[in-house]
Design a protein around this ligand. Structure first.
Ligand SMILES: Nc1nc2c(ncn2[C@@H]2O[C@H](COP(=O)(O)OP(=O)(O)OP(=O)(O)O)[C@@H](O)[C@H]2O)c(=O)[nH]1
Ligand SMILES: [Mg+2]
Length: 238
């Protein structure tokens, strides 16, 4: 549990850290030592632990958790595979609704990567959508070991209203989260930069949002070293 007492909410520590760093945007960028530490962590063992279809099936807390949240098909499972350099660790699909449970992958003895079902998939039966959304919300707002949620946003589409609803919920629950743009390969560099700037502007209005938006492509494998470094900084010491 990252050395924190069970009563201390992870976001509280995070806020202090962010405030200290937030004064200078540059200090959020990873230096070469952090990039290397991130590379090493994600090159280490990573294994499927458990899949929970209900909140009652969630495993007991062990390591700090990093959740991958976002709309259906945004690229959550693909990003986990890209970060860990394993093509088939998390199941992906061209059609939305692939991930249907809360899936835990243990990264070395340091972090838990948590792949969530997507929200906003209009084609699935209403009861199914409601169940997935309920599961995602319950996990995100009620999990003391959640160190940070990565809220993935399709770089082509930007933040949508159902993302905003999740952002408000995370603000209210004081759960630290970071916006990550996905599928940047579908945009020109200029378009991606403009999307990053607009997303950052909106993130700045949210109390629990991290003051940095990362741009990634699982397909071209870009933006991954910085994200690995950012996540390594959240892990307990090796
Ligand atoms: N071009 C491109 N396609 C991507 C990228 N990342 C994911 N995709 C594609 O987007 C589709 C959805 O990817 P997933 O990783 O399954 O998305 P998900 O968010 O886990 O989806 P659900 O589990 O259904 O919510 C797949 O066809 C992926 O190949 C990317 O960086 N670039
Ligand atoms: Mg998925």
């Amino acid at each position: 549990m990252n050395g924190a007492s069970p009563a201390a909410h992870p976001a509280a520590n995070d806020q202090t850290q962010d405030d200290a760093q937030g004064a200078h945007e540059e200090s959020l960028a990873s230096d070469s030592g952090e990039i290397e530490a991130g590379r090493r962590l994600f090159a280490g063992p990573c294994a499927f632990l458990i899949a929970a279809a209900e909140v009652t099936q969630l495993p007991p807390f062990s390591l700090p958790e990093i959740a991958f949240a976002g709309r259906s098909n945004v690229g959550k499972s693909s990003l986990i595979n890209a970060l860990t350099g394993r093509r088939t660790l998390a199941r992906t699909a061209a059609t939305p609704g692939r991930t249907q449970q809360v899936i835990f992958f243990q990264l070395a003895q340091r972090l838990m990567l948590v792949d969530l079902p997507g929200y906003g998939y209009a084609e699935a039966p209403k009861a199914v959508v409601k169940h997935w959304t309920g599961l995602v919300y319950d996990y995100l707002r009620g999990r003391p070991s959640l160190r940070r949620a990565l809220l993935l946003i399709d770089a082509r589409h930007g933040i949508k209203d159902n993302d905003r609803a999740v952002m408000r919920m995370l603000d209210q629950a004081a759960v630290s989260y970071q916006l990550v743009l996905t599928k940047a390969d579908k945009l020109s560099a200029g378009e991606a930069q403009a999307r990053q700037a607009a997303t950052l502007l909106e993130a700045a209005r949210h109390t629990a949002a991290h003051p940095q938006v990362l741009v990634t492509s699982a397909e071209r494998r870009t933006g991954l070293p910085d994200l690995r470094a950012a996540l390594e900084r959240l892990a307990p010491p090796a």
